[in-house]
Design a protein around this ligand. Structure first.
Ligand code: URA
Length: 290
């Protein structure tokens, strides 16, 4: 059905919604979720402050100061209780996990991400949890969704070769996870809100593993965990310090190109090689490899 009339009747409007697939009325008041996504995700500390909680501080650095105009919006967008609750749940569940098993169970119990309904299973980790090197990727793809482990497809095979070139492997001295634990449908990029809702879990994940070094694979991960608006081309190859509330001391962090990008752009492998040598040098300096 289409509407030609500029003043459609209510039954006509209702029929249009039904024809468009909107067959469920959830609340009395309409909610503009696009406004909420901007508010919660771009300035999570504002949403946290409104909830009476502490400022939400993703890894690595305090978020840049919020412009005053945004801290006290003139016409605040309607609060989406569902998304705000999901954010609160994510923080509470992640903070409450005292072991990796508890964190995995907490993630399984988290109901804030629609990805859980389209993915086959959750993808939590692979490798040795006692390893001193932790890699954080972006999100599972089709192979990972099927196998329930991160980086088992083509990009995982390249990653394994890259790691082997500097004496690392996931059976022994590497631990791997992703920012997002469920496959985005069709391998689309995760949305800002999916990343923001997953952030408390990956921050806690890093805290619980407490590696000596963490590697951020790809732009989505590097941006989320550094809070930088710079792309991976600028961020890669420079050592940063990863900090979060539950860490006793900062962890050296190295952003690198994502192996899937290297498969598409083989000319960039020389940069990845340079970064791997930096990683190797740091691991030697820390006495992790000889
Ligand atoms: N890409 C990622 O970022 N993570 C995976 O687990 C697989 C592909």
């Amino acid at each position: 059905m289409t509407l030609n009339d500029e003043n459609p009747s209510l039954p006509e409007l209702l029929q249009l919604y039904i024809d468009s697939g909107a067959d469920e009325a959830i609340g009395d008041e309409p909610i503009d979720r696009t406004l909420l996504a901007d508010k919660v995700m771009a300035f999570p500390q504002a949403a946290a402050a409104e909830e009476g909680g502490e400022a939400y501080v993703p890894g690595n650095r305090p978020l840049p100061a919020m412009p005053a105009t945004l801290a006290v919006p003139k016409a605040p967008p309607p609060l989406d209780i569902g998304a705000a609750e999901a954010m609160g749940d994510a923080r509470l569940l992640a903070a409450g996990a005292k072991t990796l098993d508890e964190l995995q169970a907490a993630l399984q119990g988290f109901k804030g991400l629609a990805l859980q309904r389209t993915a086959t299973q959750m993808v939590f980790c692979d490798g040795n949890p006692a390893a001193r090197v932790m890699l954080v990727g972006e999100a599972p793809g089709a192979d990972e969704d099927r196998m329930g482990k991160p980086f088992v497809g083509m990009s995982g095979q390249l990653l394994d070769k890259m790691l082997a070139s500097i004496g690392l492997n996931r059976d022994e001295n590497v631990y791997i996870s992703n920012i997002i634990n469920w496959r985005p449908p069709g391998n689309r990029a995760p949305t800002d809100s999916e990343v923001a809702l997953s952030l408390p879990f990956i921050l806690r994940h890093i805290e619980l593993v407490n590696p000596a070094v963490v590697v951020f694979l790809g732009g989505v991960t590097a941006k989320a965990l550094t809070g930088s608006s710079n792309g991976i081309t600028r961020l890669r190859g420079k050592w940063l310090e990863h900090v979060s509330e539950g860490l006793k001391s900062p962890i050296p962090a190295l952003p690198m190109f994502h192996p899937a990008y290297l498969l598409r752009s083989p000319a960039e492998k020389r940069h990845a090689w340079a970064d791997l040598l930096k990683l190797k040098a740091k691991l030697k300096e820390l006495g992790i490899i000889t």
